[in-house]
Design a protein. Structure first.
Length: 308
């Protein structure tokens, strides 16, 4: 009898693995036929490439202003294109196009690190709640409910305000805290739904250890929604990073190139040179839109209900 149950459990595992592979292949095919997914992927890939290659693509050093003597002999701004200034300069003589490119790199690094930290902590919290249940689940979920009840930007501002000095890590930690309850709730719900699946019930009937069931059966089959949410969270993280920098809660070094900080520096110059605010704002919106389109398309593609 035991051997029969074991063979049945192995057969169910094989079916689950082949079904997961088939679902992934179908998802890729659906995304390749979806213009929205392609648009989001193109924007995302271009942004990542620009961020990685920014130091090589920048025509001038974004941290060294234009020659002070020549700046003093010119108006406050160098119009572009002139002397290699594609978008001109800001009011301090920095090449604006170069700073925009390097700002993409800074924004990507902070956004990705914050999302990964939030993902890691959220998976630990959600995994413990979903695997252990009982009072552990109740305690952890009530804590996440409290965090979810606070508007995300207000929560990020509150966390950032706890630090005496604004740094890049201040922004990273603040944005990561915002995403922790989202990932925790999502993984916990996915793992609870796996408890009643055939392969988990079969493994339980065979007396397989709980840790093996969690790490071999429940957790791998719960990662799909988490991956989708990570893509969507990266979009909101980029917006939150820019917002915190704009509000002066991050690293306020005026020579640092970061899109939110560039917006903050440009707000007093809107009537003189509005393009100083226009280009960073458009960059933030387009990049966030790209990750959002990609995440939503990925969610639809991985939904088993959409399989034909």
């Amino acid at each position: 009898m035991t051997s029969m149950l074991r063979r049945k459990a192995e057969r169910i595992d094989d079916l689950a693995e082949s079904g997961g592979t088939s679902l992934a292949a179908d998802a890729v095919r659906r995304m390749l036929r979806n213009p929205v997914a392609i648009t989001g992927a193109v924007i995302t890939v271009l942004f990542v490439l620009l961020a990685i290659l920014a130091p090589f693509l920048a025509p001038k050093n974004p941290y060294i202003p234009y020659d002070e003597l020549r700046v003093n002999l010119r108006p406050d701004f160098i119009p572009g294109p002139m002397d290699g200034f594609v978008l001109g300069s800001d009011h301090r003589g920095y090449d604006f196009f170069s700073r925009l490119l390097v700002g993409a790199q800074q924004t990507l690094i902070v956004g990705v690190v914050a999302t990964l930290i939030g993902l890691a902590v959220g998976m630990v919290v959600g995994g413990l709640a979903g695997a252990l249940g009982g009072w552990v689940d109740t305690l952890l979920m009530r804590f996440t409910d409290i965090l979810l009840a606070i508007p995300s930007l207000l929560l990020a501002i509150s966390v950032a305000a706890l630090f005496s000095q604004g740094t890049q890590w201040t922004v990273i930690i603040a944005v990561a805290v915002v995403s922790v309850p989202v990932f925790a709730r999502l993984l916990r719900g996915a793992m609870l739904s796996q408890r009643s699946s055939d392969h988990v019930l079969a493994a339980t009937a065979l007396g397989v250890r709980r840790s093996t069931i969690v790490f071999r059966h429940m957790l791998p089959n719960s990662l799909g929604p988490v991956v989708v949410q990570a893509t969507l969270t990266l979009a909101t993280s980029i917006i939150d990073v820019a917002a915190l920098s704009f509000l002066g809660l991050g690293d306020n070094d005026p020579s640092r190139a970061e899109w939110g900080l560039m917006l903050a520096q440009a707000q007093t110059l809107l009537d003189v040179k509005p393009s100083l605010a226009f280009y960073p704002a458009i960059a933030i919106v387009v990049v966030a839109l790209g990750f959002t389109l990609l995440g939503e398309s990925l969610r639809e593609a991985l939904d088993p209900k959409n399989r034909r």
